[in-house]
Design a binder for this molecule. Structure first.
Ligand code: NAI
Ligand SMILES: O=CC(=O)O
Length: 303
């Protein structure tokens, strides 16, 4: 486990390599004996005197089944795995989650509860001390309200970086090589003998907005394809691994000079709609935008 403090003071980032759900181990560690390494807690050797802690799982656990079994052996788990936000609020008001000390959730299951915003946080029982987000971005959790209520929010940065980076490369390939054309025509039984494959990646300028784990993982791969990397960030943190030594520039230069722009920022009020009409006008005529961060950072419009 590697713990690191995020650039937002109220967010306690716990960086487990894999699997995603292992942030739970940290919660359990804090419940039992905070000074012990999580590895020991995982063995199930420790037993806390008194009643078993209650935890709420919103959605389902994927991948981390073994870790999850250990959690289940140590805690009473309440599962909320189907329903709407209205149902979720009703359950809270009915006291179904009373005495729970932690909530585990991921963005994948936001539709079950809606955002964990001020409305939800005000209704939650006072017993909730932790919100464990399976995922990097915590934009669907109101961290300000959590801070006010003394709730620790943990996330799992880094774990998805390789997967997202591979997807970004796949998307760049797809657009540059027009992969959808032969795929869709072949599926339709209309084999196209002449399919222009457009252009390659070598020498193209890839502008990365953000300099965190995902942007770094994209840079690592894009360099191998001969792309030229530029990145911009807020400047308050050093760039992650593979961005070191790459060209840092301002947001304006990046949007004006990149062939491909890839978004890798947290969604915050500052990054909301950061690519909008003004930026589209500044971009190269045939610029390509790849967005694997959050939809809110971009205004989508048809030209
Ligand atoms: N599509 C997917 O499956 C996934 C999407 N994500 C999204 O990607 C985002 C980035 O993920 P990571 O790289 O893991 O996060 P990270 O925390 O390692 O990096 C975030 C970066 O955003 C930068 N940033 C924040 N505000 C900025 C601004 N106004 N201008 C320029 N840079 C700014 C920070 O300085 C940092 O470099 C997440 O917040 C999440 O929304 C993350 C993981 C998976
Ligand atoms: O969208 C996924 C995340 O980890 O954030």
């Amino acid at each position: 486990m590697s713990g690191m403090v995020s650039d937002r003071p109220e967010l306690c980032s716990v960086g487990f390599l894999q699997p995603w759900n292992r942030c739970w181990v940290d919660v359990i560690k804090q419940i039992f004996v905070p000074s012990l390494p999580s590895r020991l807690v995982c063995t199930g050797v420790l037993k806390r005197p008194g009643p078993r802690p209650k935890v709420l799982l919103v959605g389902r656990i994927e991948y981390a089944y073994e870790d999850w079994e250990k959690i289940q052996s140590a805690c009473d788990v309440f599962e909320y795995s189907s329903g709407s936000r209205e149902d979720f609020l009703r359950e809270i008001k009915a006291g179904r989650f009373d005495d729970c000390i932690a909530i585990c959730r991921s963005n994948q299951y936001t539709h079950l509860s809606g955002n964990l915003d001020a409305e939800v946080l005000n209704l939650l029982p006072k017993s909730i001390r932790y919100i464990c987000n399976i995922g990097s971005g915590v934009n669907s959790i109101c961290t300000e309200s959590c801070k006010r209520r003394g709730i620790t929010v943990s996330n799992t940065p880094s774990v998805a970086a390789d997967g997202v980076a591979e997807t970004v490369i796949f998307l760049i390939f797809g657009v540059l090589r027009r992969a959808n054309v032969p795929i869709s025509t072949a599926r339709a039984g209309e084999w196209q003998h002449e399919c222009p494959t457009r252009i390659g990646m070598r020498g193209k300028v890839l502008g990365l907005i953000g300099s965190g784990e995902t942007a770094s993982a994209v840079a690592e791969r894009a360099v191998a394809f001969g792309m030229k990397i530029k990145y911009c960030c807020r400047g308050d943190k050093p760039p992650s691994n593979f961005l070191k030594g790459q060209e840092k520039c301002c947001f304006e230069e990046l949007t004006q000079t990149s062939d491909i722009i890839s978004l890798h920022v947290l969604q915050t009020p500052e990054t909301e709609r950061m690519l909008s009409t003004r930026e589209f006008r500044m971009m190269k005529q045939d610029a390509i935008i790849i967005n694997t961060a959050r939809g809110g950072s971009l205004i989508t419009m048809l030209y």
